[in-house]
Design a protein around this ligand. Structure first.
Ligand code: PLP
Length: 393
């Protein structure tokens, strides 16, 4: 083959994190078939979809079976009923978003990856550690990425202090994956102020907003001025267990930029060209998840995960192990005891307690020496893992 390939792909580090984890677990299991392994490493939900969501999916499926109610291509930006439901969801926690600025997607990952189509050769600022998609999608597009470090000193909530005035694309993720750290209103306001002053654009990932219960903002648009400097990516994956059902949205305010080359008309053009919408049945399911009844059921599932998180948090507190997250997040991010490296601690937990977590180094250089545990397991597995860790640590 003689076609020129995108050489930027060679700049991306292969992601071995979850395959390495799986490989080490497989090898351990093969050598010790009698040992029961407990997984606290998963970033996927485990509880089924809420009954209200399932009912809506059945009803929408029946509509698709009848010529009178059958639907073909969905609108590229989403059905109005869902764009309006998303706007009402924001209103439920006091944030005003216009349905016209809401773009329905098949999840936050696609939009986070696709949104970089809109930008030229602009510097990109990414927190470290963080969800790896931000870095890799910009490297694929040929951009350079700078990092702003989350560490124990700043509570894994990097600030713009000390950054030059260069306009940038700035990624923020709150509640953060993997650290579980959540920005306060004042913390986000600092970033909004910086973005407005420097002409930067914040790309805010609120995929875990449903876990926020400490009064911290669930949306960047809770901060005044954000409508002039931010785009928000959200998803029903963690809110409503849609990891396999696939629905999310991106809010691109009409107030961003001016003229035709502004993010909103550009995103409309991009989506109309490269995207043909989310399935009708899924959009009805999403609408149901965002209804009062649906949301109450989803929040009961979130409460279940948060009780798991509380069990793990209580153990870490008892052991005096420093950690972030677990309160407004399904993730607990702990410092590996005894100065162990991330992978060293992984092997230690696997071999001594048969508990599997995720090495922090997989989320960026600043994650070395840290470890992620998740609350997405069952209560039984979480309880047993906590008992084993109590004995070991
Ligand atoms: N953003 C963050 C921070 C995530 O952790 C994840 C998934 O784990 C996503 C986005 C992707 O979500 P979705 O399932 O909507 O693509």
């Amino acid at each position: 083959m003689n076609v020129q390939l995108n050489e930027n792909f060679a700049r991306i580090k292969p992601s071995y994190l979850f395959s390495d984890v799986a490989k080490r677990v497989r090898e351990y299991s093969a050598a010790h078939p009698e040992k029961k392994i407990l997984r606290l490493g998963i970033g996927d939900v485990t509880l089924p979809l809420a009954p209200t969501v399932i009912r809506a999916m059945h009803k929408a499926t029946d509509e698709m079976a009848d010529a009178a109610t059958f639907r073909g291509y969905a609108p590229e930006y989403g059905y109005d009923f869902l764009r309006e439901a998303v706007a009402r969801h924001y209103a439920s926690f006091g944030v005003t978003v216009s349905p016209d600025d809401v773009f329905i997607s098949d999840g936050a990952k696609s939009d986070l990856g696709n949104f970089v189509d809109l930008f030229g050769d602009v510097p990109v600022l990414v927190p470290d550690p963080v969800y790896p998609v931000y870095v890799d999608s910009n490297l694929m597009a040929g951009r350079n990425v700078e990092f702003v470090e989350g560490n124990e000193k700043n509570g894994f909530l990097p600030t713009p202090a000390g950054l030059s005035d260069t306009p940038r694309l700035i990624y923020l993720c709150s509640p953060n994956n993997p650290t579980g750290a959540v920005y306060s209103a004042a913390g986000l306001a600092e970033w909004v102020k910086f973005a407005l002053r420097t002409g930067s654009l914040i790309l805010f990932d609120s995929a875990y907003e449903a876990f926020v219960s400490d009064g911290s903002p669930k949306s960047i648009f809770a901060v005044k001025g954000a409508e002039k400097c931010a785009v928000e990516f959200c998803s029903l994956s963690k809110t409503a267990g849609f990891t396999g059902t696939r629905c999310g949205w991106t809010v691109v305010p009409a107030t961003l930029g001016d003229g035709k080359l502004a993010p909103k008309p550009m995103w409309e053009r991009r989506q109309a060209t490269k995207f043909n919408g989310v399935p009708y049945v899924v959009q009805r399911a999403a609408e149901a998840a965002l209804s009062d009844e649906g949301m109450a059921e989803c929040m009961a599932n979130i409460a279940y995960y948060k009780e798991n998180a509380a069990l793990i948090a209580a153990l870490l507190e008892k052991k005096g192990i420093p950690f972030t997250g677990g309160l407004s997040s399904p993730y607990l991010w702990l410092k590996c005891p005894g100065g162990m490296g991330s992978w060293e601690f992984f092997d230690y937990l696997l071999s001594k307690a048969q508990v599997v977590g995720t090495p922090g180094a997989g989320f960026g250089g600043a994650g070395e020496g840290y470890f992620r545990l998740t609350a997405f397991g069952s209560r039984e597995v979480t309880r047993e893992a906590v008992q084993r860790l109590d004995k070991l640590l």
